[in-house]
Design a protein around this ligand. Structure first.
Ligand code: LLP
Length: 433
């Protein structure tokens, strides 16, 4: 079976009257007002994605905890919070963001292999729903911290089910060569330990086998293992489990990978947890936000070499690092609709950063573009702005949210003063040279 073609239209971003719009707003208007590069998010797509995901689990007790790491902008998190979402957090910073955006603490789950004692204390103080505990050492530390505060931490043990997610090596998490979770063979003893420790209440199990999954088969296998293990903990060891956290990882359509079929993903989850008396927790990140965002950039130069033609943008790997880091393929379109039958050219699309890994697209066939033109890099709402940096002392791109005919700056571009605001000279440097 040949793979489906790359998407020709980006969800929420379509050509109208010869120019690409975000919902009802021409992207050129946003570029004029905010400058480039900038991120543009469609509120309508965020809203539709959350509703669709939530609806797929209708009829069973469930909680959708949006994985903040995919896009932690306050306006994005608030959009989901207003729809009843919880949050999957992995740091005290994400706890701060989730609470600030209005996510109720009793809908927050805290994952991650390296939680520090102060992070645990902050989350206990806030009254979060549960800690997804990834090792025996973490369990012991959490017990100490919680008991010391006179509190009880609800714990879901994150199990490593030994299922290969079949995704990029850098984002696979469900086999024993990854640092994540407690190996399923060891988890029974850790559960017994959890039940006996002060300050701990064993409330459930959790798993997450990887990100950008494009097949439901690994899910089916992992959900099955988790549910079997939950049954044995309940039926044989007498534990009372309230929640099964099935993690996130649903893939989106970047290029060749077929989009995961949400109904069959949900059906796999439903089948595995049938008869489980508690709530299931889901932690989608990418699937909720990827298609809702683009990176809008302006072509600076077109440089023709003997081997390649380079399209040099004002956006770079400090904005969108995924192509450099994971060889990710993002759709790229000129904002001005190409003439029908425009002969495509093959180009490398790069940024101004001083290293050769600064690529946004390699050997890309696309309509010819000229300096000054705007281009939209699609499916960039997830792990785009969230992974951006000040590298090369470039200011992180501002973020804009569009809703119908209106748009709003939801993160401004910092100033150069802000860029160096946390830096200090050492005392011996304070004399003017
Ligand atoms: N839950 C846990 C415990 C996770 O570690 C992750 C992602 C998620 C949920 C959300 O996964 P999602 O639904 O977004 O696939 N920077 C990489 C992706 C890293 C994913 C890390 N964990 C990228 O740009 O592809």
């Amino acid at each position: 079976m040949s793979p489906p073609p790359a998407p020709t239209l980006l969800d929420g971003f379509a050509y109208r009257d010869g120019t690409m719009h975000a919902e009802d707003v021409p992207l050129a208007t946003i570029a004029d007002e905010v400058g480039t590069p900038c991120w543009v998010y469609s509120h309508g797509v965020l809203d539709a994605r959350f509703r669709a995901f939530d609806a797929a689990f209708a009829g069973i007790p469930h909680l959708v905890c949006y994985a903040l790491k995919a896009n932690s902008n306050q306006a994005v998190v608030r959009t989901f919070a207003e729809l009843g979402a919880g949050a999957d957090i992995v740091s005290e910073g994400e706890l701060f963001r989730a609470l600030a955006a209005g996510v109720p603490p009793e809908r927050i789950v805290f994952a991650g292999v390296g939680k520090t004692a102060p992070e645990m204390a902050a989350a206990l103080q806030a009254g979060i729903l549960q800690f997804n505990v990834e090792s025996e050492g973490e369990l012991l530390r959490l017990s100490q911290v919680a008991a010391g505060m006179g509190r009880t931490a609800a714990v879901a043990l994150r199990v490593n089910p030994d299922v290969d997610a079949g995704t990029h090596a850098k984002i696979t998490t469900g086999t024993p060569d990854n640092k994540f979770g407690i190996e399923i063979g060891d988890a029974r003893a850790v559960a017994a330990q959890a039940a006996a420790l002060p300050g701990i209440r064993l409330a459930g199990l959790a798993m997450h086998i990887g990100s950008q999954l494009t097949s439901v088969e690994p899910y089916r296998a992992a959900f099955g293992r988790l549910a079997d293990f939950a049954r044995s903990l309940m039926n044989e060891d007498g534990h009372r489990l309230e929640r099964l956290d099935l993690g996130g990882g649903l893939g989106v359509h970047y290029r060749h990978a077929p989009p995961v079929d949400l109904p069959s993903y949900a059906a796999a989850a439903r089948a595995a947890v049938a008869g489980f008396p508690g709530t299931i927790v889901l932690e989608p990140g990418r699937w909720l936000v990827a298609d809702a965002g683009i990176l809008l950039a302006r072509v600076q130069y077109v440089k023709r070499g003997s081997l390649k033609t380079f399209v040099i943008l004002d956006a770079a790997m400090n904005d969108l690092v995924r192509p450099a880091m994971y060889d990710a393929w993002h759709p790229l379109r000129p904002v001005t609709e190409p003439a029908a039958g425009a002969e495509p050219v093959t180009v490398d699309v790069v940024g101004p950063i001083c290293e050769s890994s600064d690529v946004l697209a390699t050997a890309r066939e696309m309509p010819p573009v000229a300096p000054g033109e705007l281009v939209a890099i699609g499916v960039a709402g997830a792990y785009g702005a969230a992974m951006s940096s000040f590298y090369n002392s470039r200011l992180p791109a501002p973020e804009v949210m569009v809703r119908g005919q209106g748009f709003s700056l939801v993160r401004s571009r910092p100033s150069y003063d802000e860029m160096i605001a946390h830096e200090r000279l050492a005392p011996w440097q304070t004399h003017q040279p």
